[in-house]
Design a protein around this ligand. Structure first.
Ligand code: ASP
Length: 332
């Protein structure tokens, strides 16, 4: 295995300010603990090079004292609305029948979460997932119900199949005779993101059109809380890209958060989750999974099964693409 440099950026963590209040007796008691606004600690990571652009937009929110949750939504919206990006929203690659079906989920620092799966004709699925989280007693809406909910809440019906994505689908049908392409070292591109805001709160989300040319009705890990993303604000957050079926089997993102709770660094936790992916899949050929994670202190890490995975990092000073560490060097 080729060892790559692991970028560990020590976070400042949340600094607590103790406000003294006075009792009627005149005695002082500790009344409230408030976080000091700390812009230096804000940061965002997201999967793939498309994450660079998404991070910029998320960072604008964070720089203006915005919440990690707003940063996640705004950051992911950029990729959803980019017709040149074939991973989600407008221009997302369709299923085997030529329908673009979307999966997304979002989670905040108080365990609130929202998700949509098999949603069609809506440009910004992550915003619908947030609405599910904030305006319904539910976590997950799917298919037609999710679409009707979006329409009732002011989202616009949009044709997501662009000329380019339609052309790719038609070429795939002819060249592959409806054979599902493998999710391997190069063929997966879901954007998943974790942000840390000036109050020391984390949020996470992911959004995707899923496995290109998938079977009608197939849903991956991306809308599943615990698989595609997970977050416990006392510990950290994790999210995933790659073969959803493999990620669901080990509750990938939840596993990583629990490993961090038990003392592993984000990097070690991602690596350990990849070990479980290896154990739980007999055939590792044509299977790729990549995880990214951030803990409460702002330390980051990632790991993938095969080489070829990278993720974007942004804080108030720097923006860069980081090659993930991996288990197996991919050889064609
Ligand atoms: N995880 C996604 C899925 O299984 C695919 C991807 O990461 O691109 O739908």
């Amino acid at each position: 295995m080729k060892r790559r440099e692991f970028v560990k950026i020590g976070g400042l963590g949340t600094t607590a300010l103790i406000i003294d209040g006075c009792k009627a007796s005149g005695n002082t008691e500790i009344k409230e603990i408030l976080p000091i606004a700390n812009l230096n600690q804000t940061k965002v990571i997201s999967t793939w090079s498309s994450g660079l652009k998404a991070n910029q937009s998320a960072n604008k929110v964070l720089k203006n004292n915005g919440s990690a949750l707003d940063a996640i939504e705004k950051g992911l919206n950029v990729i959803e609305s980019d017709p040149e990006n074939s991973s989600v929203g407008i221009g997302g690659l369709p299923d085997a029948n030529g329908n673009v079906t979307l999966d997304a989920c979002i989670m905040d620092h108080e365990f609130n979460c929202g998700s949509i799966s098999y949603l069609q004709n809506i440009e910004n699925p992550i915003s619908v997932a947030r609405k599910v989280m904030e305006d319904t007693p539910h976590v997950m809406l799917s298919g037609e119900g999710a679409y009707n909910f979006a329409m009732k809440n002011g989202f616009k019906h949009t044709n997501l199949l662009t000329e380019n994505s339609k052309k790719s689908w038609e070429e795939w049908k002819i060249e592959n005779n409806y054979k599902l392409p493998a999710i391997n070292h190069e063929n997966h591109d879901t954007i998943a993101m974790i942000a840390l805001d000036h109050q020391g709160n984390l949020a996470t989300g992911c959004t995707t059109s899923g496995w290109a040319y998938k079977m009608e009705g197939r849903v991956g890990d991306s809308p599943i809380i615990g698989a595609g993303v997970y977050l416990d604000n006392e510990v950290g957050a994790a999210c995933a890209t790659g073969l959803g079926e493999a990620i669901i089997k080990i509750c990938g993102s939840h596993t990583i958060v629990e490993l961090m709770r038990n003392g592993l660094s984000p990097q070690q936790a991602c690596k350990s989750a990849i070990e479980r992916i290896k154990k739980s899949n007999k055939n590792l050929k044509d299977l790729q999974v990549g995880f990214i994670a951030m803990n409460k202190e702002g330390e980051i890490g990632s790991y993938s099964l095969y080489s070829g995975f990278n993720y974007a990092y942004q804080d108030i000073q720097r923006s860069k693409l980081i090659d993930s560490q991996y288990d197996i060097e991919w050889k064609d």
